[in-house]
Design a protein around this ligand. Structure first.
Ligand code: ARG
Length: 567
């Protein structure tokens, strides 16, 4: 819509004594087409003109219509409604939407954003929280990139902590090397769970775990060797999931990377007299902000999660030259990030104002949470496999002869999960049904992908008639029907939607927009024949098809989905 809003500003400017920003701020999109394409609420001029909005609307309509021929104005109560003449404006909307890199901008030029995303823990399952962080973070990274920012993505792997001591103790007793190589995450979890079960009977086990972690922290070669082992196998398994999701990172840096960088942080806190003792531990008090103190050193002198995040933030600022630091992490860590950012402030790091936690709510798939300590785990790869199988069954029904069926099923099945994750405002708790998510109708990823594939098919058919996409022209008289006009207006909103999704850090804004585009296009497709006997008509309408597919494909890719050419 915004392209029309921008044009409205230009059109209105000569008649109202307001700046373009002032006009833009009050413009509205009428709820029904009879009320025009854009509405100007005349109260915005009431004070200046010392007249009632109704009187202003009437007066403006007369003056406006005397001056412009491509936009008609109508006074309706206190509104001035603008009707753009599709004959003249449809080709302009089309030309904008067909531009190379439509939706991209250079808004963020010169600014570097470091995004912390995914960040699963070794030796624990890749949970649904990590999936959401991966998908939301990946979509945001794409949106930032598309808007001209320099983006650095970091997967902050949880590869350090007392759980490794437990794992080693358990591995020494019950471990199976073959299993660990083959399915490291399952085997690690089995050991982890067994450790917790057995500790109830055997008290020596906890101590053994502590000893192993002590050995690890003190560089014992055997402990280090085992640690490497666990980490490298788990990372390989994570990599397989990332490859399926189509996600890559600029850096995969474990928490262990900061082992030698925390001492300096503690030192600085001490020098700045920010550390105080509390029950034997060292903390930074944050009373004046009304939040609990940030724990820096435990009573045994060891560092802890916030200490590591302080070192991490400093590293990202100093070494990675971050202008903004974003953390896509579940809402349950809200306090943790508040504390870390506040401590940075107190350390004199003014840039802490550019640190932001981007939280999200819980998600369940068919009522399953996917990760628990008790070992009742639904593994992500199992869920992905299930989705792909279901997608394949649907494709088999719809299009049995499809050559690369497996590949398409992978794109559609995984796309269904990703889209379902992203279409809800991120803070909402969602429990979705896999069967629902994978339907080709309704508010699903497959529906958008299927609509794009329909466009590709129309374009292919056009090509066989010698109507190539790059020749798009035809007569705009064929774009004046309400369905075509509505679709074109919808396409005109794409850049604004990308901007808005980024402003509020909500991929859902883009996901919902793609559903709207798909619906609008399908109305056009069903109401008007795209491929007709008239070359002029077909060419004009294929223009709408080409523009639609460009918006859908770009949008899907920004969200992290593929847009197969055939489904
Ligand atoms: N590994 C952590 C977890 O699973 C998430 C880490 C998030 N990033 C960070 N810099 N703290 O809870």
């Amino acid at each position: 819509m915004t392209i029309l809003l921008e044009w409205s500003v230009e059109k209105l400017q000569p008649y109202v004594e307001l700046t373009s920003n002032e006009i833009f701020a009050v413009l509205e999109v009428p709820p029904r087409p009879e009320l025009g394409d854009v509405a100007f609420p005349c109260y915005a001029l009431a004070r200046k003109w010392k007249k009632s909005p109704e009187a202003i609307a009437g007066e403006l309509a007369d003056r406006f219509n005397a001056g412009a021929s491509d936009v008609r104005a109508e006074a309706a109560g206190s509104y001035l409604n603008l009707f753009f003449d599709p004959r003249q404006w449809a080709p302009r909307l089309l030309a904008a939407a067909l531009e190379h890199e439509y939706g991209y901008s250079a808004d963020g030029e010169g600014e570097r954003v470091v995004i912390d995303l995914s960040s699963p823990n070794i030796a624990k399952p890749f949970g649904v929280g990590h999936l959401r962080s991966t998908m939301i973070g990946n979509a945001l990274a794409n949106l930032y990139r598309a808007s001209g920012y320099e983006v650095v993505t970091v997967n902050h792997i949880g590869d350090w902590g007392t759980q490794f001591g437990k794992l080693m103790a358990a591995y020494k007793r019950w471990g199976d090397e073959e299993q660990l190589k083959q399915s490291p995450i399952r085997e690690s979890l089995r050991l982890y769970v067994k450790f917790h079960e057995e500790t109830e009977q055997d008290e020596t086990l906890e101590d053994e775990g502590r000893r192993w972690f002590w050995r690890l922290e003190n560089g014992d070669p055997e402990a280090l060797k085992l640690w490497h082992y666990f980490v490298s196998f788990s990372l390989e398994e994570f990599e397989r999931v990332y490859a399926r999701l189509g996600v890559t990172f600029n850096h995969t840096l474990g928490e262990s990377f900061y082992n030698d960088k925390m001492g300096a942080v503690v030192e600085q806190l001490r020098e700045q007299q920010l550390l105080v003792e509390s029950d034997g531990a060292q903390v930074v008090r944050l009373d004046d902000q009304g939040i609990p103190p940030c724990l820096i050193l435990k009573s045994d002198g060891t560092t802890i999660y916030p200490t590591r995040d302080l070192a991490t933030a400093l590293y990202r600022r100093r070494e990675m030259k971050a202008d903004r630091l974003l953390y896509v992490v579940g809402g349950e860590q809200k306090l943790h990030f508040q504390q870390v950012f506040s401590v940075l402030q107190r350390m004199g790091m003014d840039w802490a104002v550019n640190c932001e936690h981007i939280p999200f709510g819980l998600m369940k798939i068919d009522g399953r949470k996917m990760s628990t300590r008790k070992g009742q785990v639904v593994y992500l790869d199992t869920v992905l496999d299930e989705a792909v199988r279901k997608a394949e069954a649907i494709i088999e029904e719809k299009n049995a002869g499809l050559a690369n069926r497996r590949e398409v099923a992978e794109a559609v099945g995984i796309g269904a999960i990703v889209f379902n994750d992203l279409k809800h405002s991120r803070m909402l708790e969602v429990d979705f049904s896999l069967d629902e998510a994978i339907r080709f109708e309704g508010e699903t990823g497959p529906y958008v992908q299927y609509t794009a594939a329909r466009c590709y098919k129309l374009l292919r058919t056009g090509m066989t008639r010698g109507l190539a996409v790059d020749e798009i022209a035809g007569d705009s008289v064929y774009l004046t029907g309400p369905a075509a006009w509505d679709c074109l207006k919808m396409l005109g909103a794409f850049p604004a939607m990308v901007k808005e999704a980024l402003r509020v850090h909500e991929p859902s804004v883009l996901a919902r927009y793609l559903l709207d585009v798909s619906q609008s296009f399908n109305r056009f497709y069903h109401q008007e024949r795209v491929l007709s006997e008239s070359t002029e008509e077909t060419l004009a309408k294929l223009g709408v098809v080409a523009a639609t597919v460009q918006v859908l494909r770009t949008g899907l890719e920004l969200l992290g989905l593929k847009a197969p050419q055939q489904i």
